[in-house]
Structures are given as structure tokens and as C-alpha cells.
Design a protein around this ligand. Structure first.
Ligand SMILES: Nc1ncnc2c1ncn2[C@@H]1O[C@H](COP(=O)(O)OP(=O)(O)O)[C@@H](O)[C@H]1O
Ligand SMILES: [Mg+2]
Length: 351
């Protein structure tokens, strides 16, 4: 079932959060809302759930207008960051709850709930109380509770944010697997880029109530539509002082700290920024005057195993570089060059 928000307007205390927002979540897909805290992710999710009505605009499930349909009449599964389990009910009773409320018989509800608990790996925990579970297990119960009713739409609001790294990785695989298996249209809200990239069919990047970019993880990662999106994904920003034009299939761009040659196919309009990923910058011993090299000093260095992460300080500020660790590793204070790629991996973005 496709879910749409159409021409949504919403204000709080005179402050406009959404100004004619339009968004479509494709049927059966895992779709993420990605953006910094306060950009409106939870508000969108709560609108789809029916906890809030927009000031104006429509919420559609397929072709059905749901704008004024109350929460309990929307067939939705929701998982929150803080689990929101009933503390005084067993794991099984937590999962049964939605089925019983929908008039399913007690024996049927228990049977389906136990099967669902098996699917989230908690078959043996059915008779525990929530207080006897770890955070990861609680979130598995919350997933089981959301899915057991066979919802038309699954809403996940930062469900992994309270968990430690290992559990987060484990649970995101489980969530994705369950979603693919059930084929339920899913909206996942997160401020974590790597989570959104790893899990989603489609991503909408939000800033202050506006969709800045919509696309597949690969599209958004490789072709950020603007500076905000590129920086949100950790790219470095260089100011283009001058586009010196093309020569021999190469285009020369003057940056503040040096100049780069890049392939001629791309236009870099004046005022655009050059966005470069940390993994596309090499760090090499200082040489003078060559193309695509910007001199700097190692300001921070972290060995990460397969890679070394540097912060290089230049006259223009600090830049991140992530370099394979199978080459000489520089130390704090070393004079180095950042080497920018000459191929098409440089992306021009509007400020
Ligand atoms: N009930 C409310 N009353 C006043 N302001 C609100 C309310 N709900 C949300 N907001 C404001 O709307 C903005 C978006 O909030 P929210 O959707 O929770 O963001 P996110 O989930 O992306 O962090 C915030 O600036 C928040 O303060
Ligand atoms: Mg939120």
C-alpha cells in the first residue's frame, strides 16, 4: 500500500514546520526519513499514525483519505525508541494485546504471538516480564507486537538509537529481514546516515521540515543534491574560487588552498562548492606546487584497522581524510598534502 502526504501544512506556536510538504512512501518498500534532530521526522510519523492532524493537507493510504481517521482505526504497527512495552504484562501478553483488541480469540492470539516471537528470536522468552529483558530483547518484543497484527503500514521511530553498536547492527538486519519477508510498507525514522544507507530502498533527507533530496541510498550518497546533504554524509567542502575552464579534456578549478584538475564533463558554476568524500582524499608526504595537492598539517590521526582517519588542518580550515592503512602512517604535526582525485569523483554542490 502506497502512503502519501499531500500539501501538508503544520505550525507550532506560530512557527511553520511544514510548508506544503509532499511525500510518497512506495508500496512494500522500506523508506527512511533521515535528518538532524528537530527537522520534523517524528511529526511526520505521528501524522501517519493519526496522533496529530495536519493544519491542512491530506494523508492517504492508497487512495483512501485517512486524514481524519483516528489512530485505532488505522491498521498500523509502531515501534518507538524507548520500547513502550506494558511493564506489568508478560512478553506474550504484550504481543497478544493488539490481536485481542481486534477481537481475535485468546487461543488464536497466543498461537500467532508465539509464532511471531519465534521469528524475532524470543520464543523462549514468552513468559518473562519486560524488566527481565535487555534493551535489544525489548525492541524485538516491540517489533513482534507491531508485526503480529499484520499492519498495512509499519512505523519505526529511531528504534535502534537506544542500543549499543553491536545490538544496533544485529537488530537492523533482523528488522530489514522481517520487512522483506512481510512486504509491509515501512517508514523508518533516523538521524543516522549509515543506518539509512544500509537498510533503505529509498531515503528522504529532511532539513527544517523540507525534503532536500529523495532517492535510493546510492543516489543520495553519490550525488548529494546540495551542500547540506553532502555535509550530512560527512563530505568535505572546498570553496571554488574560480573555474579556469577546460583544456585537454580537463577542467581546472582554483580552490583557496590550491588548484585541482578534474574531468571536463562537469560544470562548476561560480559559487558552487566542491564536495569531496574523506575516502576520496589521499594523504601524502609534502611536495610543492603540484596539481590536486593542498598542503596541510596533521591535526588528528586515528588508526581504525583497515583505514587511518586524519584531520588535516590547512589555511582554509580542517578536512577529513580516510586512507587505507597499508601505507606509511603520518603522526600529529607532520607536514603533508591532501591529494584530491582527478577523476569524476568530485561533486559540485549548490551552497
Ligand atoms: N507538540 C509540539 N509543540 C510544539 N512544537 C513541536 C511539537 N511537536 C514538534 N514540535 C517542533 O517541531 C519540530 C520538529 O520536531 P520533531 O518532529 O520531533 O523532530 P525530529 O523527530 O526530526 O527530531 C521541532 O522544532 C519541535 O520543537
Ligand atoms: Mg524524533
Amino acid at each position: 500500500m502506497q502512503v502519501s502526504l499531500q500539501n501538508i501544512n503544520q505550525s507550532y506556536g506560530g512557527q511553520r514546520l511544514f510548508n506544503d510538504l509532499n511525500l510518497e512512501i512506495p508500496s512494500g518498500k522500506f523508506f527512511s526519513l533521515l535528518g538532524p534532530s528537530g527537522c520534523g521526522k517524528t511529526t511526520i510519523l505521528r501524522m501517519l499514525a493519526g496522533f496529530i492532524r495536519p493544519d491542512s493537507g491530506k494523508v492517504l493510504f492508497g487512495t483512501r483519505d485517512m486524514t481524519h481517521v483516528p489512530v485505532h482505526k488505522r491498521n498500523i504497527g509502531i515501534v518507538f525508541q524507548d520500547y513502550a512495552l506494558f511493564p506489568d504484562r508478560s512478553v506474550l501478553d504484550n504481543v497478544c494485546y493488539g490481536l485481542l483488541a481486534r477481537g481475535v480469540s485468546k487461543s488464536e492470539a497466543r498461537k500467532n504471538s508465539l509464532a511471531m516471537l519465534e521469528q524475532v528470536g524470543l520464543g523462549e522468552f514468552a513468559f518473562r516480564m519486560p524488566s527481565q529483558l535487555s534493551g535489544g530483547q525489548k525492541q524485538r518484543v516491540a517489533m513482534a507486537r507491531a508485526l503480529v497484527i499484520g499492519p498495512e503500514l509499519l512505523l519505526l521511530d529511531e528504534p535502534l538509537s537506544a542500543l549499543d553498536v553491536k545490538l544496533r547492527l544485529e537488530l537492523r538486519l533482523l528488522i530489514r529481514r522481517l520487512q522483506i519477508k512481510s512486504g509491509i510498507t515501512t517508514l523508518f525514522v533516523t538521524h543516522d546516515q549509515s543506518e539509512a544507507l544500509a537498510m533503505s530502498d529509498g531515503i528522504a533527507v529532511l532539513e527544517r521540515g523540507r525534503v532536500l533530496q529523495l532517492g535510493s541510498p546510492k543516489e543520495i550518497y553519490e550525488k548529494p543534491s546540495c551542500l547540506f546533504v553532502s555535509e550530512f554524509f560527512g563530505c568535505n567542502r572546498f570553496d571554488i574560487v574560480e573555474d579556469c575552464g577546460a583544456c585537454d579534456n580537463q577542467r581546472r578549478l582554483k580552490l583557496r588552498g590550491g588548484s585541482v584538475l578534474t574531468d571536463d564533463s562537469k560544470e562548476f558554476a561560480p559559487g558552487m562548492k566542491l564536495s569531496v568524500r574523506p575516502t576520496d582524499i589521499d594523504v601524502q608526504a609534502r611536495q610543492s606546487g603540484a596539481n590536486n595537492r593542498i598542503p596541510g598539517v596533521v591535526n588528528q590521526v586515528e588508526y581504525r584497522g583497515a583505514t587511518v582517519e586524519y584531520i588535516i588542518e590547512t589555511e582554509e580550515g580542517k578536512f577529513h581524510a580516510e586512507v587505507p592503512s597499508d601505507r606509511p602512517i603520518f603522526i600529529l604535526g607532520d607536514s603533508v598534502d591532501m591529494v584530491l582525485p582527478a577523476n569524476g569523483r568530485l561533486v559540485g554542490v549548490e551552497p
